[in-house]
Design a protein around this ligand. Structure first.
Ligand code: GPP
Ligand code: MG
Length: 283
């Protein structure tokens, strides 16, 4: 067992989250990752090619996997589009880096150093192995660290992102750490699912999503309140809800369902849940 002083996990809640990700082997993540070696832990956006569900039966599965992966890659590309004018000398932080997909996307685009952090030993080991295999281990590194308390140097990052990982942490603590780590004028980007607090508290479907992933989806209002409290000033807000529905419709009809598809579709369609991109400048 990891000694307490070596572990980034500081609470029973964080231990249960780390256990989930250490044990996670969902085909929807592994088979999509095998398409081109980029393993994502987020959802997809954009219009789906529904023809993958038709045509020859023997290739339907592979064509559907490729299409779901294409939609997830489109999401990662959109996030990277908002990271700002990053140069090869800059350093980026992927907060909640999973199996590393988003970090590799950013490194390939900007040629710069990228550090990823996760509290899952399995994810960190997997992602570092990916970096070795791709020959970029000198630039892309993954660390077993808590995103709320990374120990990285103050002001050392040009841009930081959370791709669907903010629902595992308290936003006041997270944005305080991001504000510390970002250089002045740096950029923060998140893509997240949040509940729509014009409707009151979380709907049943949102609560089902929380239970499925052991997370705590925040209301939309909390993002803006905590950014404002931590010198993060929004520059772009994009409601990606309509753009992510085709991904969930296709996933629900694929052979790699996990059982959470209908909850996402219900929550997005009844308006109680929103899929947002928020980009902010560190002032
Ligand atoms: C997807 O990861 C993201 C999360 C689990 C965080 C929750 C996100 C929300 C928007 C609520 P994944 O790719 O590992 O999930 P899955 O196994 O379902 O594909
Ligand atoms: Mg996935």
């Amino acid at each position: 067992m990891t000694a307490i002083q070596d572990s980034p996990v500081v609470s029973p809640y964080q231990r249960s989250v780390a256990s989930y990700w250490n044990a996670e082997r969902n085909p929807v993540n592994l088979l999509l990752g095998e398409v081109d070696g980029t393993y994502h832990h987020h959802y997809g956006i954009g219009d789906a090619d529904w023809s993958v569900l038709e045509g020859p039966e023997d290739t339907r599965h592979d064509r559907t996997i490729k299409e779901l992966h294409r939609l997830e890659c489109a999401q990662a590309d959109l996030l990277a589009d908002h990271l700002g004018a990053v140069t090869p000398d800059d350093r980026l932080l992927d907060a909640g880096s999973g199996r590393g997909g988003g970090s590799f996307v950013a490194n390939r685009r900007f040629g710069c150093r990228v550090d990823g952090v996760s509290i899952s030993e399995k994810q960190v080991a997997f992602a570092n192995e990916q970096a070795e295999q791709a020959g970029v281990a000198d630039k892309v590194r993954f660390h077993l660290k808590n995103m709320l308390d990374t120990g990285f140097e103050t002001g050392s990052f040009r841009s930081i992102w959370n791709n669907e990982s903010t629902m595992y942490v308290d936003l006041s603590l997270l944005f305080a750490e991001h504000a510390r780590l970002l250089a002045r004028g740096g950029r923060y980007v998140t893509i997240t699912g949040c509940y729509n607090d014009t409707y009151g508290l979380p709907s049943r479907a949102v609560s089902q999503i929380n239970a499925h992933y052991i997370c705590d989806i925040h209301p939309r209002s909390t993002y803006f309140r905590e950014m404002a409290a931590n010198r993060l000033v929004p520059v772009s807000v994009i409601d990606l809800t309509p753009a992510t529905i085709p991904y969930w419709e296709l996933r629900a009809r694929s052979s790699v369902t996990t059982g959470i598809e209908e909850a996402f579709l219900e929550a997005y369609k009844d308006g109680s849940f929103q899929y947002l991109l928020i980009a902010a400048d560190r002032i």
